[in-house]
Design a protein around this ligand. Structure first.
Ligand code: ADP
Length: 376
């Protein structure tokens, strides 16, 4: 079991709540320790073994610091949770039930919750959902045109990130979120775009599951449902194979033939690799289409905000996405686009363009601490 971590000196105050933030994935457990708005420690534990073993490794790295609460990032909260909740038996059951539609995500969160409870039964646990921010979607944005009895709707994901970067943009622009229309582009391993109007999510590219919308590292994004029926009905693939292919073997990896990591693909583009070029072109074209769609959906926008590993660090991808959109008011400044580090404005047209690094762990820590403060 590998561990990569760092622990910084404790700078918090005695009265502040120390929160352990856990992000349990299929192959790793990410942890961050926060106190009074400061990050004390962070790390990633690869977990070929059990969640409790991974948790022990995290605790060994954190050392003797007392943990007042644990905040979990939970991917799928369905339509049930419009904000963070204290984990109790009913919440656990709900997360468990939603595992049917989020099999790659929710079971790991649940494992994390149970491992924490086994180790420290008295410590309160809070679930912060990636779906909550999107509970404000209007029906025409969340409905699919299928019979209602199927129980299928858009939920949307990456909500913690879209909410944070849209609010942070408002802060940086010195505006109140209620007055703004912002298009947030979260481009990481998973990718999604969100239309935020008056501080509320009004549309987003991920859907019933985190597979819809943009081209991602290994996920296909938008695809004709007829193509899926074709593949299943001609028995070229079984359901489980197709699930794996569309989730783990598609996206940038499949199109480029190089990697799911944008850095590697861009390097191959530089070396003249034509499949890699198609991968990057398709990735950027899809984001550009969604920006156009959300400009229409909100009757315009005040800003486009880039975040996530790719959105924060790839000037080339940002440039390709925004190219040709000047007529809509989206104009990158090439020098600012290249020079930006951390937060900064890179487009000075009528629709401002910004880079705002996402801080999902900080938000989870903050929401966990404030939920507990409110409960006391
Ligand atoms: P996650 O969604 O797992 O949190 P990140 O937000 O860290 O992941 O994003 C990971 C992606 O960011 C990878 O595709 C990686 O290639 C990309 N990335 C990181 N740094 C750069 C960079 N300098 N240029 C291009 N892509 C980058």
């Amino acid at each position: 079991m590998a561990v990569e971590s760092c622990v910084s000196a404790r700078v918090g105050h005695h009265h502040t709540t120390t929160v352990l933030v856990l992000n349990a994935g299929s192959s790793s457990l990410k942890y961050n320790l926060w106190s009074g708005g400061a990050e004390l420690a962070r790390g990633t534990v690869d977990r070929p073994g059990s969640m409790s073993a991974a948790l022990e490794t995290a605790f060994a790295a954190i050392g003797s610091q007392a943990v007042d609460a644990v905040g979990h990032r939970v991917v799928h909260g369905g339509g049930r949770f419009d904000g963070p909740v204290l984990v109790d038996a009913a919440v656990e059951q709900a997360i468990d039930e939603l595992g049917v539609i989020a099999p790659l995500h929710n079971p790991h969160s649940l494992e994390g919750i149970r491992a924490v409870r086994a180790r420290m039964p008295k410590v309160p646990q809070v679930a912060v959902f990636d779906t909550s921010f999107h509970h404000t979607l209007p029906p025409e944005a969340y409905a699919y045109a299928v019979p209602e009895r199927l129980g299928i709707r858009r939920y949307g994901f990456h909500g913690i990130s879209h909410q944070y970067v849209s609010q942070r943009y408002a802060e940086l622009a010195g505006r109140s979120p209620e007055t703004l229309r912002v298009i947030t582009c979260h481009l990481g391993n998973g990718c999604s775009v969100c239309a935020v109007e008056g501080g509320r999510s009004v549309d987003t590219s991920m859907g019933f599951t985190p597979m819809e919308g943009l081209v991602m590292g290994t996920r296909c994004g938008d695809i004709d449902p007829g193509a899926i029926l074709h593949l299943l009905s001609t028995k070229q693939t079984q359901v489980d194979d197709l699930r794996r292919i569309l989730n783990s073997e598609s996206g940038l990896l499949a199109v480029s033939g190089v990697s799911n990591d944008m850095r590697d693909v861009l390097k191959a583009v530089g070396d003249g690799d034509l499949r890699a070029e198609l991968g990057v072109a398709l990735f950027c074209y899809r984001v550009k289409k969604y920006i156009g769609a959300y400009l229409a959906a909100m009757n315009g926008a005040d800003a486009v905000v880039f975040t996530g590993g790719i959105g924060e660090h790839s000037p080339e991808v940002r440039l390709r996405i925004c190219s040709g959109l000047d007529w809509l008011g989206v104009s990158l400044n090439p020098a600012a686009n290249l020079a930006v580090e951390g937060e900064g404005r890179i487009g000075f047209g009528p629709v401002a363009v910004w880079v705002v690094p996402t801080r999902e762990e900080m938000v989870i820590a903050r929401e966990t601490a404030s939920l507990l403060a409110g409960k006391k």
